[in-house]
Design a protein around this ligand. Sequence first.
Ligand code: 13P
Ligand code: SF4
Length: 303
Amino acid sequence: MNYIEEVQKIKREKNAIVLAHSYQNIEIDSVADYVGDSLFLSQKAKETNADIIVFAGVYFMAQTAKILNPDKKVILPNIKKAGCEMADMIDLQQLREFKNKYPDIPVICYINSTAEVKSECDICCTSSNAVEIVASLKAPKVLFVPDKNLGRWVEKQLGNVEVITYDGYCPIHNNFAPAGIKETRFKHSDAIVLAHPECREEFLDEADFVGSTTGIMNYVKNSNDNKFIIATEQGVVDRLKRDYPSKQFYNIYDKPSLCQSMKLNTITDIYNALKDETPEIKVDDDTAQKAIKCINRMLEVSK
Ligand code: 13P
Ligand code: SF4
């Protein structure tokens, strides 16, 4: 069976779309309607007229799409395993304890968080709009969960807001060590270092550009340079190599970094998910009604 053709056929028959994050296995792009970063995919999930959304990504992304589309079917092909380690570092109880420690301060949650966490935060953000979102609150002090690295980076960009961060992080990005930049730059001289803001502060200090997955890809698109060291998950590196065959892309220490949860989906999984319309994401009404305010507030700021 030609799974790509079959997926396209079922999508038409069932009025379904496939949203794919740019960390997915690259072959997923051949069946995806949209490929991009978390913000772009949330915007597409909000706009869509499809009846079924298959999310090729991780749990919090599909959950966000479901919250935005309570009457649509949202399917995450590998529902049991496709978690985000950073999102799972804070639950509702831990969020409440954190808020109690710093009362009366606005709370921003990174979109990499559960629906329950979103339901008790003021606004959410993604890596591409975090600076804009924090600035939009016009507060001298904010709480930021769960990513301490992104929170610290935002604080440095703004300079006039104190960002009190929760102690969460992405194990993949947190693993990049500043020594890795020096060594990799030495091997590939003149290469420009592009890094995701989930990397550690000391690492970001050494990078030439910091941006979301789409930010990194746009930097390459608009640059006349030809050699880049990419400090994020391998999906971005694979897509850059595909899209810019005349340019050179290197990993830190020349070793790819993989987010295992992001790498679960295959085209066969997407075919089965569309055919059987399962496994479906469900969010209880009370949580969803509170969480949608936090997500919509972000989408209002980032139009
Ligand atoms: P983006 O918002 O840049 O797509 O990042 C999502 C993510 O999970 C990065 O690890
Ligand atoms: Fe979560 Fe990190 Fe994977 Fe992104 S790369 S989905 S933050 S574990």
